[in-house]
Ligand binder design. Sequence first.
Ligand code: SF4
Length: 385
Amino acid sequence: MLKLDGRALQVRTGTDQKRTVIKLSDDAAFPVSLRQKRAYLMASSEVPQGFAAYVSLPGIGDQAVFPENATIVRLSDEFKYLRSDDIIRIDFGEGSVRVLFRASSRHNFFLVTEQCNSYCLMCSQPPKAIDDGWIIEELRRVIPLIPSETQEIGFTGGEPFLFGDQFLDVLRLAKTMLPRTAIHILSNGRLFSSKQFARRYASIQHHDMMIGIPVYSDDATIHDYVVQASGAFDETITGILNLKELRQRVEIRVVLHRQTVDRLPQLAEFISRNLLFVDQVALMGLEITGFTRANLEQLWIDPKDYSTQLKKAASIFEGYRIPFLIYNHQLCTVDKSLWKYCQKSISDWKNEYLEICDSCSVKSECGGFFSSSKLYRHSDYIMPV
Ligand code: SF4
């Protein structure tokens, strides 16, 4: 698992800023006039002058002599994956660093807020009632730094749309600065039950922007129980209908666990009859993190034990020709007839395999495990193919 945030070994700064975001460059010949907008990622003891900050790893530039008032950040070996064009946040007060964007990754998701209007049993980012509006401000500074050739970025929460028009402005900025970059947003969809708000979102007119919205059951009481919010099912379904009426792209996400798998075929039928026009459905394995760890006994079911329901749901979607995908599953736990739907969906920084996977003939096609599954719980039926 890649370490994306943590304390720096040393942070020295000549500014009185609390935190900053900055893009890395390892190019010693970087144009002098632009160096104040970059942090130099040390490649040797040579210290090119004029950069806004200098970032060094153990063994590289230990003897370097830095300009007197320069910002210097020394990181541990765990950050040695950092490359040119990556974007980091330096928190001077905490002496910490968070990697916000990795140019080499296809899995760059930006957290918009930790606040949420739901309280899902398996939330991977447990909601906090805190004022984190500064993140929106930070996103406005990060987006112009993202390389224009980036294929896709994502936004997640909490519930990103709690920030209303401020977040819509961030999406507009992304459309302007990154016109060729697809956007994927994770949302519970409840705020789109307001047609007015759905219209304001649609007015962005992005060519490739999709919202992933979870629906956990065809039974409103089960959905509301899973998200721990009364009335959420009605709001979410109304939100999806409003978005689709406005021709916005919507993915329905179903996390598969003990509370949702029993009625999975009925949910597939419900989606097929009532929401036939959604763009795709993602059937997702459980990530053992956040609230899932606390509620594990209530949630865990071995993927092998819901393979019948998964096959039934798949055959319903096939029958109605609804595009669907299976995320976060290991191939050896899924019926072979469904392998063509399985995606390598786990973000690269938290994607691992077991030792026995080394002898598996389909390892390169298999999605593998979340790092947390390796630590806490995975299927009892993992078997090299
Ligand atoms: S043995 Fe490992 S690599 Fe092979 S299918 Fe199972 S989880 Fe995937």
